[in-house]
Design a protein around this ligand. Structure first.
Ligand SMILES: [Mn+2]
Length: 455
């Protein structure tokens, strides 16, 4: 198990203690999750808050941080002979705890009596077994702590240099997956044959997926997990896939490319619009910039491009304000990323991506913007504009007479078989600018066509 130094975990807990005064802080690790019966489990994924403060990637642990004392604790069980027979002689919990700066571990059944239930702080549980444990076993009746949520979000939102290095590594593994996919795609193959190459590359780095692979000729479906189509020349392929490295940090990258290796004129026209949205959005990033504004500016570039193609018309400011861009990009420009691919979504997007005075819109597109607030140094986020032609959405808007004064629905008929394009990179906010994480991944028309026709 790879860990940061014990000092790093101790400093993180000490920083949290300064924010929370009075009451103990409980950080729950995850348990194994049964797939079809108890002993046959899904891949174990540790809780990200536990990983952040306690590092140990093992099921069945609870961390206790006591702001009134120097001593933090981990509750869990030491391996029995039976465990060793089945699972092998892994490192004892007490020794792992030592490595993350914890000198005392106790059996999990000692937790109820150690706890002062009155002022306990805990984070919102997202698994059913954990909710039951908190309520029934620990007898905690108070809700999750908003003060703790705010403190954890503030801390985890600013990535330290050692975290940025892990994230760049996750992106570089992801990069290899994307290069393999571009090289393996050709007309006549099935999507799942290329997905197999993606997974082979992932596993060769001892990494895991940070979310299920989206790899489809139907890129207009935003989260398409079906991989059974035959890839045909003339279609576009959208690949949104990412690696989670050994330390739990996520990559989240999207590239779109032609199955044949060469863009058609029509594909190139739309691709260049999305590429301009992506590069211009990234170039605008720096501390203090509100990501909501970057999202709106990307929409303006989209509408400007579609206007040049005669698909929309009208005053650009009005088009942006009316939300016409949502018809073509019904999602937000990006989200925070870190130990979670949507970082800290378990704690509530209103705390991670919004702030007081910044309300979430109800407009199609803008309502799905997960990160709207002002950026600060150390934030890491995705920039992932897209342009999609979703036949069901276009037909519904047309039949209901929505945006008829702005959208040329007759011309749009030619695009109903187009699919969708998304281009996504992971970007860190530096002291005065930005840095795209990882090595460059083919992105311009020329770069994409080159790698796809090299082999
Ligand atoms: Mn993403």
């Amino acid at each position: 198990m790879r860990l940061f130094s014990g000092e790093i975990y101790k400093n993180r807990r000490d920083q949290l203690k300064k924010q929370i005064t009075g009451g103990q802080i409980l950080i729950f690790g995850n348990n194994e999750a049964p797939m079809n019966y108890k002993a046959n489990t899904y891949r174990f994924r540790q809780d990200s808050n536990f990983l952040y403060y306690f590092g140990i990637n093992m099921p069945g642990l609870v961390g206790l941080i006591d702001p009134g004392s120097d001593r933090d604790l981990i509750f869990g069980h030491e391996l029995t002979l039976d465990d060793i027979i089945w699972e092998g002689p892994v490192e004892p919990l007490s020794s792992l705890a030592e490595k993350v700066g914890i000198s005392l571990t106790l059996p999990l059944d000692k937790l109820p009596e150690t706890l002062r239930k009155a002022g306990v702080h805990y984070l919102p549980p997202y698994r059913g077994d954990r909710q039951i444990y908190i309520r029934e076993t620990l007898g905690i009746q108070i809700p999750p702590s908003v003060a703790l949520i705010r403190a954890v979000v503030a801390q985890r939102s600013v990535k330290a240099p050692e975290e940025l290095a892990e994230m760049a590594q996750a992106v570089n593994i992801t990069r290899d997956m994307h290069l393999a996919a571009m090289r393996a795609t050709r007309p006549g193959r099935k999507e799942y044959e290329v997905v197999a190459e993606i997974l082979k590359t992932l596993k060769s780095h001892n990494a895991e997926l940070s979310y299920p692979v989206i790899f489809s000729v139907n890129g207009q479906t935003l989260h398409n997990h079906y991989h059974g189509n035959e890839m045909q020349a003339g279609r576009l392929l959208l690949n949104d896939s990412g690696a989670e490295n050994e330390m739990g940090y996520a990559g989240d990258i999207t590239r779109t490319f032609p199955v044949s290796g060469r863009f058609t004129t029509r594909q190139k026209e739309i691709y260049e619009i999305v590429l301009k949205m992506e590069t211009a959005s990234i170039a605008a990033l720096r501390p203090g910039v509100a990501y909501r504004q970057v999202h709106l500016d990307a929409n303006r570039i989209l509408l400007e491009g579609l206007s040049a193609l005669g698909l929309v018309s009208g005053d650009l400011d009005t088009l942006v304000q009316e939300g016409v861009g949502g018809l073509f990009m019904p999602h937000g420009l990006g989200h925070s990323i870190g130990l979670d691919v949507h970082d800290m979504e378990d704690l509530g997007e209103q705390y991670v991506g919004y702030r007081e005075g910044l309300e979430r819109s109800t407009q199609l597109g803008l309502k799905s913007l997960r990160l709207a607030k002002e950026l600060e140094t150390g934030n890491v986020l995705t920039v992932e504009p897209g342009c999609y032609f979703i036949p069901e959405l276009i037909q519904k808007y047309r039949s209901e007479g929505i945006f008829t004064q702005y959208v040329n629905y007759t011309r749009l008929e030619d695009y109903l078989d187009f699919g969708g394009i998304r281009i996504e990179d992971n970007v860190a906010i530096t002291a005065d600018s930005f840095k795209i994480l990882g090595d460059p991944i083919p992105k311009t028309v020329a770069e994409v066509e080159k790698i796809m026709t090299e082999y």
